[in-house]
Design a protein around this ligand. Structure first.
Ligand code: GPQ
Length: 831
């Protein structure tokens, strides 16, 4: 990689200019040029944020020829394009990643130093484009990185939310939400393409008409029309010239003013229509798993999906492709059900707008789409109330009825006399208020359906999608998630990166299986010492960050035990807390009780309306405050909640972990991806047999993984038998005392009300089996402490965890999608 980087001033003289030169001297000139011409600033008055923007623009210039050449090459070659449709892309800051992928970090550092600036401080000025909630959105961003790095023709399509995921602040231990104004300082990475714009219709009704050939057809007479405008962001591959596009749609009024209303004097009504149009892309819905049936959310989904499909049709027309060949030109992946309205919309475009007959349109549609499911939680499966759906998308409802009619005929043909099955599989749910079932629409309209880890894919076939599996077993497959080793290893952990480069050579970021070669060094004490030194420095870096943001002081010699992810009952942050309170209680009761000192770190956002999750955050902070202030225990225990967990601070957190907490109720976490990021950075995992944990443990071996808890089968059986948490409470005095301590107000200044709902939730219903797994978890944590006591052995295990993480590169995952679902060929780009 990066062989082409210019290093001599001869190159500058031979044509590399202020827009393209890669030498530090040219970069320095380019930054000054942008400060002056793009920002209107002289260096003497420029702030670090100004330098950030100038450097970002200079780097974007350097992406430009690759970006344009990439689009041009795809167009010329006419090869199949993968279109990744996702309502979320949790990108994280671009600058550092682009420098890494272009091989320009050193040159940029030198250029800024020459200007009296520090690159790290400048990088820190970039606001995070947080256009996603958590795992699902971050996975989409990792996949874009791998698509570009593997030189696949691909485009990401999504929504340009004006406000991304809220910024979390902790006040008095409670989460508060602040709107995220990521665009307020301008976004140097995007380029608006106002000429790439499409009409989006809403509401109204449908009607019958006779076309020119005398055929009877239906058309949609909308109530309202808005426009979607493209904003493009470059996605540069690592060490290659491929620079793909992320195209995000922003809503505008179809006419910036309703001129008629304006002329008749109703100025405010005219402006109001404009404002209403723009609301569509205003804000990201901050809920991760539970789907909520809000009209604006359906509008967002349809809006970005129709713009994206219309864009594909435009590209096909430009290339002179035949409409019948649509599926040979585009492979469209649905990232969960959020874009699944695309199935009905492509049918509408092909039939109503392009004049195809139903059968031809349906063949194309099914050949085009693939559907990835990301959850088994029943409350997270999207449905829309029928009246709402009809009001917003009347033509689509007709199309869905027709898809359903034909589909249910097929079901009846395969399974005669099975009306219960027909009702279960229908695209329209009839229990209570009628609903459109988006997962069913996605399954029927896709030739490929996949889960995101081996266990999850098996459970999908056996539970929520079992009827679909019985009908079309050949459509189902597994694609275990992966993460990009560029951002989450090379960029996040420069210390480890240097050690890996030295030990393995420079190719490991694009050939992650090479990490295995680390194993030949585990018996070298000097190597282990260096491994520990890297981890220690990372822990110090995180400790500094935690102190700056919370005032809590952590000692990097302690075991760093970390759980960062969205706050959700099924992820069981409260199980982690019960262990902490257990240790606290033991220390208070037996001051001589001894274990290696541990720092427990938490981070993660709760959906603003999720009562229990918000109370879990409050409890974490309450326990932290009590423990950290108590000299009897704070020599061996510390607890910190890192506010506003984000991609940006995640890059400090994963590399500093000794122990990664992956303790969801088995069968509930579809995959997890944070688990992989910790592993690659040398953390050991304590976890259940859930999601991708299962495959991680297979890779590292049982002896290098702290396993506890009931399996998915055992969970299902226990819940089937009628689980009673009180039984576990009655049989365990220590657990009982822990629950009483929390309920007593001990951690809340005597307030025995604030945590009552949590205590009652656990002792009375405990839907995620926290109490049932508690004893096994505490025992397993004792095993962790014992293992930590032998630092040489712990280091060996840490190295093995990293060494055997190669499978979890998103490159492996994307290569599987490309081969097995999309039928995609890579297309090298030559600049
Ligand atoms: N996931 Cl359905 C989300 O982050 N948001 C969602 O709305 C749904 C799933 C996660 C899932 O919980 C994790 O287990 C996965 O690792 C992740 O998607 C990516 O597949």
């Amino acid at each position: 990689p990066h062989a082409k980087r210019a290093t001599s001033s001869a190159t500058i003289l031979s044509g590399a200019d202020v827009r393209t030169g890669l030498d530090s001297a040219v970069l320095q000139q380019a930054v000054l040029d942008h400060l002056y011409y793009s920002l209107g600033r002289l260096p003497a008055v420029a702030t670090p944020a100004n330098y950030y923007r100038a450097l970002a623009l200079a780097i974007r210039d350097r992406l430009q020829q690759r970006w344009i050449r990439t689009s041009e090459t795809y167009f010329e070659r006419g090869r199949k394009l993968a279109c990744y449709l996702s309502a979320e892309f949790l990108l994280g800051p671009h600058l550092g990643n682009n420098l890494l992928n272009l091989g320009l970090e050193q040159a940029a550092r030198e250029a800024l130093t020459a200007l009296g600036q520090d690159l790290d401080a400048i990088l820190d000025c970039e606001p995070e484009p947080g256009l996603g909630n958590g795992g699902l959105g971050r996975l989409a961003a990792c996949y874009l990185d791998s698509l570009a790095t593997l030189q696949y023709p691909a485009i990401g399509y999504g929504i340009r939310y004006e406000f991304g995921i809220f910024a979390q602040e902790i006040r008095d231990g409670w989460q508060t939400e602040r709107t995220d104004k990521w665009l307020s300082g301008g976004n140097p990475w995007e380029i608006a393409k106002p000429d790439i714009a499409y009409e989006v219709k809403w509401g109204g009704h449908t009607e019958r008409y006779i076309d020119d050939d005398g055929a009877e057809r239906r058309r949609w007479v909308p109530y309202r029309v808005v426009r979607g405008i493209a904003y493009d962001t470059p996605i540069q591959g690592y060490g290659v010239d491929t620079c793909n596009t992320l195209r995000l749609w922003s809503a505008e009024a179809a006419e910036s003013f309703d001129f008629q209303a304006f002329n008749t004097g109703d100025y405010f009504q005219a402006v109001d229509a404009k404002l209403r149009s723009e609301t569509i892309t205003k804000v990201l819905y901050p809920n991760d798993e539970p789907a909520i049936g809000k009209r604006l959310r359906l509008a967002q989904q349809y809006f970005f999906v129709t713009c994206s499909l219309q864009d594909m049709l435009r590209i096909l027309d430009l290339a002179g492709g035949a409409i019948e060949q649509f599926a040979e030109h585009f492979a469209v992946q649905l990232n969960d059900t959020h874009p699944s309205i695309g199935v009905a919309e492509l049918m509408r475009l092909l039939i109503d707008e392009r004049g195809l007959d139903w059968d031809a349109a349906w063949t194309i549609t099914v050949a085009t789409f693939g559907y990835t499911n990301h959850t088994l939680l029943p409350e997270a499966l999207e449905t829309w109330p029928l009246p709402l759906f009809r009001e917003v998308l009347p033509r689509h409802l007709e199309i869905i009825y027709e898809i359903n009619r034909r589909f249910l005929d097929e079901v009846r043909a395969c399974f005669p006399d099975d009306s219960a099955r027909v009702a279960r599989m229908s695209l329209i749910g009839e229990a209570g208020e009628k609903q459109v079932r988006m997962a069913h629409l996605a399954c029927v309209g896709s030739h490929a359906i996949n889960g995101v880890a081996a266990l999850h894919s098996e459970l999908l076939k056996a539970s929520v999608l079992s009827d679909f599996h019985a009908l079309w077993p050949e459509r189902f497959s597994n694609k275990t998630n992966g993460v990009t080793p560029r951002r989450f290893l090379a960029l996040a952990n420069p210390g480890l990166r240097a050690l890996l480069d030295e030990t393995l050579g420079a190719s490991w970021p694009v050939d992650l299986g090479r990490l295995r070669e680390l194993e030949s060094h585990i018996d070298d004490p000097a190597f282990r010492e260096r491994w520990r030194a890297v981890k220690h420095a990372n822990k110090q870096r995180l400790a500094d960050y935690v102190q700056a943001h919370t005032g809590i002081v952590l000692d990097p010699d302690w075991l760093f035990d970390i759980q960062v992810k969205r706050i959700h009952e099924y992820k069981r942050q409260h199980l982690n807390l019960l262990h902490i309170v257990t240790l606290y209680q033991r220390l208070k009761t037996y001051p001589a009780f001894s274990f290696p000192p541990r720092a427990f770190l938490f981070g993660g956002k709760a959906a603003p309306g999720y009562f229990t999750a918000k109370r879990i955050i409050k409890l974490i902070n309450a326990v932290a405050e009590t423990i950290n202030a108590d000299p009897e225990v704070n020599g061996r225990l510390k607890v910190a909640f890192v506010p506003n967990f984000s991609v940006k601070n995640a890059q400090l957190i994963y590399p500093a972990a000794d122990l990664s907490e992956q303790i969801s109720t088995a069968g509930k976490e579809a995959s997890g991806t944070g688990n992989m990021k910790f592993m690659l950075n040398g953390a050991l995992t304590i976890g259940t047999l859930d999601g991708a944990n299962v495959e991680m443990r297979d890779e590292v071996g049982a002896e290098n993984f702290f396993l506890f808890g009931r399996t998915a089968d055992e969970v299902a059986r226990l819940q089937g038998e009628g689980y009673r948490p009180a039984d576990y409470l009655a049989g365990d005095d220590e657990l009982k005392a822990v629950m009483e301590l929390i309920g007593s107000g001990h951690f809340s200044g005597g307030d025995s009300e604030v945590f009552r709902p949590l205590v009652e939730n656990l002792t009375q219903s405990d839907p995620f089996l926290v109490l049932a797994d508690y004893a096994a978890y505490v025992a397993c944590q004792e095993g962790v402490s014992a293992a930590w006591a032998d630092q040489e052995q712990w280091t060996r295990m840490s190295i093995i965890n990293c060494a055997r993480g190669g499978k979890f590169s998103s490159d492996r995952a994307i290569a599987e999608y490309a081969r097995e679902i999309w039928g995609l060929q890579s297309v090298p780009i030559q600049v």
